[in-house]
Ligand binder design. Structure first.
Ligand SMILES: Nc1nc2c(c(=O)[nH]1)N[C@H]1C(S)=C(S)[C@@H](COP(=O)(O)OP(=O)(O)OC[C@H]3O[C@@H](n4cnc5c(=O)[nH]c(N)nc54)[C@H](O)[C@@H]3O)O[C@H]1N2
Ligand SMILES: Nc1nc2c(c(=O)[nH]1)N[C@H]1C(S)=C(S)[C@@H](COP(=O)(O)OP(=O)(O)OC[C@H]3O[C@@H](n4cnc5c(=O)[nH]c(N)nc54)[C@H](O)[C@@H]3O)O[C@H]1N2
Ligand code: SF4
Ligand SMILES: [Mo]
Length: 692
């Protein structure tokens, strides 16, 4: 260990091995070609089995993003009012750090909880993510942030059912005979899984897609079930009901597996019997035959694999939906084979040494309050109270663009616009959020820093080496927090550790770091069929259909069907979902012209039936609105949206939209049943054409 270090920091490697930093289950291995200190291409690593030499369109443009003329290269201080018309002027790092340090010292002398970090997965890197940043905020005693914006409903559901984020290994989907793609537009958001699904299809597998929208993926599957958003638990129960009631003739249930490896099967069985296909058909808005056919396919086909994804858990009952679906493989004993079961995420396979990395011990005996990132709109508008604690007076934003991505933008914007709020944003670009900053600090991109990555879609660790020097005066997130620590007088030696040492600490002995240095990736040791013989990580060691942890919380231990927060009503008759556009990654890449040209402009897909009586035609400007706000975009009359549904592909920068807003103008801050997550896809609206 460490022998090769001096040479490595000079980076003799060319091409340079890296990892895609984006919030995507594929976590590709990158190869960057460098010439005269300039990165000239970023390609997929042909030696990494899952990347297989291929990147998505977005990241193949990574050099365009890195050398973008609008890259932030210097620290900037706002002059004049906050918001889309804000003006900034260049300052030195010394000036910026001194001023920020002074503001934070003043606030923390009264109560450091008035300071809130706000970050998410702009980079999924363990080092440029929550390493030095967490050390800094722990030492400071700032408020904690509950990072719920994406996956915490589903993640909590898996924890209650399997004991963690655990599931099938993605590579074995290629051998499945039935693949149910449930709540995922894989072609857009999980491309390398899709390639495995196509391999299975070539060998005769049947592909079923369950999605309210006829996505690019639904187009290419054999069957598409276009259910109403937020109704997945009922569909899962109806499949169970068929497996149970027809078992006497068909022998679909795996009684041995159920007896040995599940908890609460008799109770779940009773609940599932309440959902005959006819009832589910009505509730989900599906033809009854489709439900029966799916149950028959699931009962008859082995191996049967479910690629479950986060699209199902962005409605009120999202956690319960994930639990109901996660129980299905046990009914038919699908787990017995390596190509059977379900995969939502395998994140719990990675053992990240958070104690070493984030140093919670720096808190001492302080226990700061926790604020939920999904309700940042409301929380920025709250004043000091006994229940809430101190008003939020400073925000440090990194790896996230909350003004564009957080729900209920009218509230979020009002909060960020508060004149008395001190905001610092670490960014690559002048995002919607950066427009509200007092200071914008230029951060390095993945080509400019070290990092190490877990994945939520596969079970390999990837190392990212810097390929080029930081552009302009950009600094790594870690360096910015090191400098702030120094400014604050935090003397703990942990603030001196360099990024390569941090990389080594993340997975400790659980990965071979020398191998990572050589080939850029290392496989974790994960069983091929993780639950073939039970071995769930729950307290009982079983698949907890009746969850002991939910029971301990005083909640219904069984999965249940919950209605949406916002069912269609006379006033708001249309359900709106806003899944990602294929050529953007959340709000990243929206400012890349070549990618924006493919997506053209913000649109709302509306079914012909719903368009006709509103006199809406493709290409017309429409207003999408509800009690929270109003959003202007272009209509696309299309059967991609099922009747009663509109689809606003996300997540556009507000300032690049028609009237300076995006779909989150309409989404709500109501939370899911589990995990305190947002309900982006549980949102009722009306649409009207705007007269020319
Ligand atoms: N190109 C691209 N790739 C991405 C991203 C991106 O922005 N762009 N984002 C990344 C991130 S952060 C994440 S979390 C993942 C997200 O990717 P996924 O986990 O797949 O989740 P979503 O894209 O939110 O939704 C997937 C599909 O679910 C459908 N859906 C909506 N509501 C429901 C419902 O109630 N039930 C069912 N069955 N389906 C529903 C949507 O129409 C969509 O087609 O993708 C990652 N990959
Ligand atoms: N309506 C609607 N809203 C949604 C969703 C939806 O489906 N519909 N999806 C939700 C989901 S799943 C998610 S995960 C969130 C995602 O929301 P965010 O996590 O905020 O993701 P991005 O919009 O990609 O913004 C990440 C920002 O981090 C910056 N960044 C990247 N790398 C670095 C770095 O190394 N250092 C620094 N300082 N900055 C960096 C990028 O430039 C970018 O501006 O959005 C959520 N919002
Ligand atoms: S965004 Fe996803 S598919 Fe694209 S390069 Fe990154 S990990 Fe691969
Ligand atoms: Mo996400």
């Amino acid at each position: 260990m460490g022998v090769m270090m001096p040479a490595l920091s000079e980076n003799p490697m060319n091409p340079v091995l890296g990892a895609c930093p984006h919030d995507c289950p594929d976590t590709c291995s990158l190869v960057t070609q460098v010439k005269d200190g300039v990165a000239i291409s970023v390609k997929g690593n042909p030696n990494h089995p899952l990347t297989d030499g291929v990147l998505c369109t977005k990241v193949s443009r990574y050099t365009e993003r890195t050398y973008h003329p609008e890259r932030l290269l210097y620290p900037m201080k706002r002059v004049g009012p906050k918001g889309p018309n804000a003006k900034f002027e260049r300052v030195t790092w010394a000036q910026a750090l001194a001023d920020i340090g002074e503001r934070l010292r003043t606030l923390s002398a009264i109560d450091p909880q008035a300071i809130l970090p706000y970050s998410y997965a702009g980079t999924m890197g363990q080092v440029q993510g929550e390493a030095m940043a967490s050390r800094f905020f722990n030492r400071l005693g700032a408020s904690f942030l509950d990072r719920t914006i994406c996956s915490s409903a589903g993640g909590t559901a898996l924890a209650h059912t399997f004991g963690g984020k655990l599931g099938m290994r993605v590579e074995f989907f290629s051998e499945a005979r039935l693949i149910v793609i449930w709540g995922s537009n894989s072609i857009g958001s999980n491309l390398h899984f899709w390639r495995l699904a196509m391999e299975a299809k070539r060998q005769g597998a049947k592909l079923v897609c369950i999605d309210p929208r006829r996505s690019e993926t639904a187009d290419k599957c054999d069957v598409h079930l276009a259910l109403k958003p937020g109704t997945d638990a009922a569909l899962a129960f109806a499949i169970m009901q068929q497996l149970i009631t027809r078992d006497a003739q068909e022998h679909w249930l795996d009684h041995g597996y159920l007896a040995a490896h599940t908890l609460g099967w008799p109770e779940l069985r009773d609940r599932a019997l309440e959902w005959p296909p006819e009832r589910a058909a009505e509730f989900c808005g599906l033809p009854v035959d489709q439900i029966i056919q799916l149950a028959e396919d699931y009962g008859r086909t082995r191996p049967a694999a479910i690629r479950l994804n986060y699209g199902v858990q962005r409605a009120h009952g999202g956690g319960n939906a994930v639990r109901a679906i996660a129980c299905l493989p046990a009914l038919i004993g699908a787990w017995r084979e390596r190509s059977g079961g379900v995969l939502l995420s395998n994140s719990s396979r990675f053992s990240v040494n958070k104690q070493a990395l984030q140093r919670p011990d720096l808190l001492g005996d302080r226990r700061p309050r926790t604020l939920n990132m999904s309700t940042i709109g409301n929380d920025l508008l709250r004043s000091t109270s006994a229940a809430f604690g101190p008003q939020v007076q400073a925000l440090i934003v990194y790896n996230s663009n909350p003004v564009a991505v957080a729900p209920d933008s009218p509230k979020v914007v009002a909060g960020f616009a508060r004149e008395d709020l001190f905001t610092v944003v670490l960014e690559h670009f002048q995002t919607d959020t950066a427009d509200y900053a007092d200071y914008v600090l230029p951060a390095t991109t993945q080509l400019e820093h070290w990092d190490i990555h877990a994945s939520y879609g596969h079970t390999d660790v990837l190392l990212n080496r810097p390929a080029i020097k930081p552009l302009g005066e950009a600094k790594t997130n870690t360096d910015i927090f090191r400098a702030l620590a120094q400014e604050m007088g935090f003397m703990d030696p942990c603030f001196q550790e360099d990024d390569l040492s941090l990389c080594r600490q993340v997975f400790g002995e659980s990965v071979d770091f020398e191998l990572l240095l050589q080939q850029g990736f290392a496989h974790l040791e994960v069983p091929e069929a993780p639950f073939a013989n039970g071995g769930f990580m729950t307290p009982s060691g079983r698949c907890e259909m009746a969850s002991s942890s939910l029971a301990a919380l005083g909640e219904d231990p069984l999965p249940q069907v919950l209605p949406n927060h916002e069912p269609a009503s006379t006033q708001w008759p249309l359900a709106m979902i806003s899944p990602p556009a294929r050529n953007f990654l959340n709000s990243s890449f929206v400012n890349l012209k070549s990618l924006r040209d493919i997506e053209i402009e913000p649109k709302i897909e509306i079914h012909p039936q719903d368009a006709i009586h509103r006199q809406i035609e493709t290409g017309q400007t429409v207003r999408v609105f509800n009690e929270r706000g109003s959003y202007v975009c272009q209509a696309e009359v299309s059967t991609r949206a099922r009747p009663g549904l509109v689809v606003g592909l996300g997540i556009w920068w507000r300032k690049l939209g028609r009237e300076g807003s995006n779909v989150n103008e309409l989404t709500s801050q109501a939370l899911t049943d589990m995990g305190r997550a947002p309900t982006f896809y549980d949102c009722a609206v009306e649409v009207a054409k705007i007269e020319a």
